[in-house]
Design a protein around this ligand. Structure first.
Ligand SMILES: [Zn+2]
Length: 292
């Protein structure tokens, strides 16, 4: 019972501190569909919830029309040349891929000339190697989000190390570049997690904007939350698994660009460099607390 009590308290803490990716049950495996036959959790991590939008068949026309962008992407500053000590930089992070929607995510980023940071789940990479290669080839930052999306709070150093090492190897294999950052699943971090990250040469990246796209599959709602909370230096948490999230990109990206924001990769937010073992999340939100 002690264990369960600790889990409940820990889960509540995560919700209170991070406001995102809360959960009521562990996710040691990556059971996108397998666990649906048992019970539906009240709160679930993005990776465990299938998109409710039915997959269009060959005979069914798509129900996702492409909205017209409100600004012309040609006016956007080139992210590679931007100086984030001067410009209004903002980082879009995309978790839990790769997936069957990665191609559409990449097409959307390309359309708006956005470089994003992907946090990939290692055991999905083998099924979508072309998408992972494309992420690297198109100038995105491809980083580590564990191998099977487990809860790091309940794992030993050796287990966490194994999760991160396996995924880093796969990312290096398909993009040619080893990750320098990781994001613990559900944002579950502590001293042990950060120590493992430090030993592996990885900086930890959380977020300050969580539009809860995994929970509310509505593009307008998600886009409004991002736009309302955006500040220079913000790190936006999203999940590349849902058509509603891709639709939200098409709303909030051009709107923020019209307000002068430049979308950059997370490392560009920190021109002095990122230190392994350090948590990066709160630079745009002074009251943001680092998790215990
Ligand atoms: Zn995740």
């Amino acid at each position: 019972m002690k264990v369960w009590r600790a889990r409940i308290i820990a889960g509540v803490s995560a919700l209170a501190l991070l406001g995102g990716c809360a959960l009521t049950q562990p996710a040691e495996t990556e059971p996108a569909l397998a666990q649906q036959t048992t019970t539906t959790p009240t709160y679930s991590p993005a990776i465990m919830l299938p998109d409710p939008t039915p997959t269009p068949t060959a005979t069914t026309p798509t129900t996702t029309p492409t909205p017209t962008p409100t600004v012309t992407p040609t006016t956007v500053e080139v992210a590679a040349d931007v100086d984030c000590t001067v410009a209004k930089c903002i980082a879009l992070t995309i978790d839990d891929g790769p997936s069957e929607r990665s191609g559409k995510v990449l097409d959307t980023l390309k359309k708006y000339n956005v470089k994003a940071t992907f946090f990939l789940v290692g055991n999905r990479i083998g099924n979508y190697t072309a998408a992972v290669k494309r992420m690297g080839a198109e100038g995105h930052s491809v980083q580590n989000h564990s191998y099977s999306h487990p809860e790091f709070w309940y794992m030993s150093s050796a287990q966490i190390k194994s999760q991160l090492t396996k995924t880093s190897k796969l990312i290096k294999k398909y993009t040619g570049t080893a990750p320098t950052m990781y994001r613990p699943p559900y944002g579950e971090s502590n001293k042990t997690v950060r120590k493992v990250g430090k030993n592996l040469g990885l900086a930890q990246v959380l977020w300050d904007i969580d539009p809860k796209d995994w929970k509310d599959r509505d593009a307008d709602t998600v886009a409004k939350r991002v736009i309302k909370n955006a500040k220079p230096g913000s790190i936006i948490l999203t999940h590349g698994l849902y058509s509603s999230t891709i639709k939200a990109y098409k709303k909030f990206i051009p709107e923020l660009q019209a307000k002068g924001y430049v979308f950059v990769t997370v490392d560009q937010l920190f021109p002095k460099g990122m230190k392994a073992g350090t948590n990066y999340a709160c630079q745009a939100a002074p009251k943001c607390r680092e998790p215990a």
